[in-house]
Ligand binder design. Structure first.
Ligand code: PLP
Length: 478
């Protein structure tokens, strides 16, 4: 029962033997089909989840998040220990932050990175100890920096010379001293299997390596600032170690120079570890990655005759990405027949408002029927949203069973990172709720928006109307 690949299918996408299978590594380990063929996540049948919370629905597998967080922490700690140093892992909150997730991170022994005052408030609301918080951002406001100093954030990662003077004034006023790192731009930019190494990277983050020595000298003059080391983050969705090795080598040259004028106890190499969005993605096991990166640093230090600094890392996607699965209901279906093949368009009840990555980055995802097993041969399909925009694509290319029909639930895996955080209200579509699942139990971790939430911001609606249930208004009154 094999259909021939159509010319419209990309080369990497094979026709599946079974268009209902769940690719290992893409889905949470708990994902499976029950005896009837319906999808189960974290022990919870998806039909039950949808009955309680509706669609679209972002489901986060708590066990998967915790396992991945602990595995990364263990891997980096073990690799560091083998090279006579220590490693700290920060969860990059921008990938997906809620108080519940922040608490899981602390419980798994991780720290938390934030990059705005808003993210900082989430971490604090989750009672993350301020000393375990790293504060990033290329344009932190004076108010944001003041609150970071006031609450005693553990590390502020300085991203510009201007920020140093702001922090000098703030710490002087507060009589405080803060640990700071300097974010440098190593000129190495990595993505997936490649990295590009240039002298100067054309981007907004960090300072060029060549400028950093003078900037660190200035930081060291300020009584309120304790310089602890350099920070470098080279990209995202990186599969190999080569980019990290090249970047670490460049940063260690500077690190060694800085040691001549004072202590440089730490080095932060950022995040960016890749995940499997589809079955063709093959990220290295975290143990290999950690070992490879830490070894590169240790060898670099040995070559320069310096001590291996305490290391830190900042994974986001690699912790939460594969733990998330978005559930949609299929609405309309269309077959488009072109000269070189046919493509089926399956429209779902969300889209670029809950997953902008496909439209924004050309990201690839996969999809499976979720409410039941399919029947019939695999059909080349494109999963699209309900927005008024032709780029509103959720899954660009996937083979789905021929009998997928309106009313079926469709699941898109690997949506845990950078989907909810990048969500919008485009077309006045409310953001979906987010639930976590564990051992068959579901828990609402972020409530869904209602149209009333959206209307409540519209200052042109008279007060007396704003509390009305919007679903009750238009039909009857027209
Ligand atoms: C985005 C970012 C991360 C996390 O990136 P992932 O690809 O989610 O691992 C870590 N550190 C910094 C500074 C970042 O900007």
């Amino acid at each position: 029962m094999h259909s021939a690949p159509t010319a419209l299918a990309p080369e990497w996408l094979a026709v599946p033997d079974d268009p209902d299978d769940l690719a290992e590594g893409v889905w949470p380990a708990s994902a499976h089909r029950d005896a009837e063929g319906a999808l189960v996540l974290g022990g919870a049948p998806v039909a039950d989840l949808v009955r309680s919370y509706g669609t679209p629905l972002l489901v986060i597998d708590e066990g998967e998040v915790r396992r991945r967080a602990a595995a990364l922490r263990d891997a980096f700690e073990a690799a560091a220990s083998a090279h006579g140093t220590t490693a700290r892992v920060y969860y990059a909150g921008k990938a997906f932050l809620s108080t519940v997730v922040a608490r899981w991170m602390v419980e798994e022994g991780l720290n938390v990175d934030v990059c705005t005052g808003g993210e900082l408030q989430v971490a604090l609301a989750a009672s993350v100890e301020p000393s375990r918080i790293g504060f990033h951002g290329n344009n932190k406001s004076v108010t944001e920096l003041e609150s970071a100093v006031e609450v005693g954030v553990g590390t502020i990662i300085i991203d510009s010379a201007i920020e140093i003077e702001r922090l000098a004034a703030i710490t002087a006023r507060a009589g405080a001293r803060v640990r700071v790192m300097l974010r440098v731009n190593s000129g190495v930019h990595a993505e997936t299997h490649d990295f590009l190494a240039t002298a100067h990277e054309d981007q907004k983050f960090g300072l060029p390596l060549a400028d950093a020595e003078a900037v660190v000298a200035r930081i060291r003059e300020i009584p309120g600032l304790e310089f602890v080391g350099l920070h470098c983050h080279i990209g995202s969705q990186i599969f190999g170690v080569a980019g990290f090795r090249e970047s670490a080598s460049r940063v260690l040259d500077l690190h060694a120079v800085l040691l001549e004028d004072g202590p440089v106890p730490e080095l932060n190499l950022g995040g960016g570890f890749g995940i499997a969005y589809t079955r063709v993605d093959d990220p290295a096991p975290v143990g290999e990655l950690a070992e490879g990166i830490v070894t590169a640093v240790a060898e670099g230090c040995a070559a320069r005759g310096i001590d291996v600094p305490a290391l830190s890392f900042e994974p986001g996607r690699a912790i939460i990405g594969n733990a998330g699965v978005t559930l949609y209901e299929i609405g309309t279906i269309k077959d488009v027949v072109l000269e070189n093949g046919a493509r089926r368009y399956l429209s779902v009840d969300g889209g670029m408002s809950d997953n902008a990555r496909t439209a924004l980055y050309g990201a690839q995802y996969s999809a499976r029927l979720a409410s039941r097993a399919g029947d019939g041969e695999p059909v080349l399909s494109r999963v699209v949203g309900k927005h008024c925009e032709s780029g509103d694509i959720v899954v660009d290319h996937e083979y789905l069973p021929a009998d997928a029909a309106p009313g079926d639930l469709l699941a898109v895996p690997a949506t845990g990172a950078y989907c909810a955080p990048l969500s919008s209200n485009y077309n006045h579509v409310p953001r979906p709720p987010i639930v976590s699942v564990l051992d068959g139990a579901a828990r609402l971790i972020v409530r869904g928006e209602t149209v009333a939430d959206l209307l409540s911001r519209d200052a042109g609606i008279p007060e007396s109307d704003s509390g009305a249930d919007p679903t009750q208004t238009s039909e009857g009154e027209r």
